[in-house]
Design a protein around this ligand. Structure first.
Ligand SMILES: Nc1ncnc2c1ncn2[C@@H]1O[C@H](COP(=O)(O)OP(=O)(O)OP(=O)(O)O)[C@@H](O)[C@H]1O
Length: 218
C-alpha cells in the first residue's frame, strides 16, 4: 500500500475542551489508485490530508506510508519521507518568493535528487507555463501560481500525491488540464492520488470517493 489509515482518530483541544474531528478513519490506497475525499466544510478533510502527509500526528490509530509506520518514525524519518515520497498541493501555494518559477518547479525534485528535465518540460508546456519560467511568483496571477505549485508537486514524481482543492482558482478548461496531468502521473508512475474536493465533477474523475461525515468515512 502507498497509504493506509487504520482506526485513525484526531481531536483538538480548544477552550471548550477536547473536540473530536476524526473518530476512527480507515482506508487503503494502493499504487495507481485515485481517491476523492469529500464532505462538508469542517468535516475533517484537510485534517486527513495533513495526517497523510506527515504534517500532523493522529491522536491514535496507525498510518502507514510507503510501507513505513509514520506514527513510530522520528522527526528526521518523517521529514525524509515527506521529502522523498510525498508531494502536497495546498490551498495556499507556498511558492518560494525569491526563486523564479523555473526554480520553484524544480525545487522538490532537486531536494530528492530526481530532476527529470524532459518530464518537467512536458509538464510546463501542458500546464501553459512556458512563458512564465523566468518570472517570480509575485508577478503571476493566482491561477498561474496554482499551476506552478502543481507542476512542482508533479515534477518530484512522488509515490503519493496529496492535493487540497487543487483547481480552486482555475477556470473549467484549465482545471481539466491540471487533472489530466495528475492522472497521467498516476498512470505513468503508479503513484497514488488523494484529492480533497467540493466538486462532484472532480470526484467523478477519481476511482473512488470517500465521504467524511461525523468523523468517519462513508
Ligand atoms: N489546529 C487546529 N486546532 C483546533 N481545531 C482545529 C485545528 N485544525 C482543524 N480544526 C478543526 O477541525 C475541524 C476539521 O477541520 P478541517 O480543516 O480538517 O475541515 P475541512 O473538511 O477540510 O473543511 P473545509 O472544507 O472548510 O476546508 C474543524 O472544526 C476545525 O475547526
Amino acid at each position: 500500500m502507498v497509504l493506509a489509515f487504520d482506526a485513525v482518530k484526531k481531536s483538538y483541544v480548544d477552550s471548550d475542551g477536547e473536540v473530536p474531528v476524526l473518530r476512527g478513519v480507515s482506508f487503503e490506497l494502493p499504487p495507481g489508485a485515485t481517491l476523492a475525499l469529500t464532505g462538508e466544510s469542517g468535516s475533517g478533510k484537510s485534517t486527513v490530508l495533513h495526517i497523510a502527509g506527515g504534517l500532523e500526528a493522529p491522536s491514535s490509530g496507525r498510518v502507514q506510508l510507503a510501507g513505513q509506520d509514520v506514527t513510530t518514525l522520528n522527526d528526521a524519518g518523517r521529514a525524509a519521507l515527506r521529502r522523498n515520497e510525498i508531494s502536497l498541493v495546498f490551498q495556499q501555494f507556498n511558492l518560494v518568493p525569491s526563486l523564479t518559477v523555473d526554480a520553484n518547479i524544480s525545487f522538490q525534485a532537486a531536494l530528492s535528487g530526481r530532476v527529470d528535465t524532459g518530464y518537467i518540460e512536458r509538464l510546463v508546456a501542458a500546464l501553459g507555463l512556458s512563458d512564465q519560467m523566468h518570472k517570480y511568483p509575485e508577478a503571476l496571477s493566482g491561477g498561474q501560481q496554482q499551476r506552478v505549485a502543481i507542476a512542482r508537486a508533479l515534477a518530484a514524481k512522488p509515490k503519493l500525491l496529496l492535493a487540497d482543492e487543487p483547481t480552486g482558482n482555475l477556470d473549467e478548461a484549465t482545471a481539466e488540464g491540471v487533472l489530466d496531468q495528475m492522472l497521467d502521473l498516476v498512470a505513468e508512475t503508479g503513484a497514488a492520488l488523494m484529492v480533497v474536493t467540493h466538486s462532484p465533477k472532480i470526484a467523478a474523475r477519481m476511482d473512488r470517493e470517500l465521504r467524511l461525515q461525523g468523523g468517519v468515512v462513508t
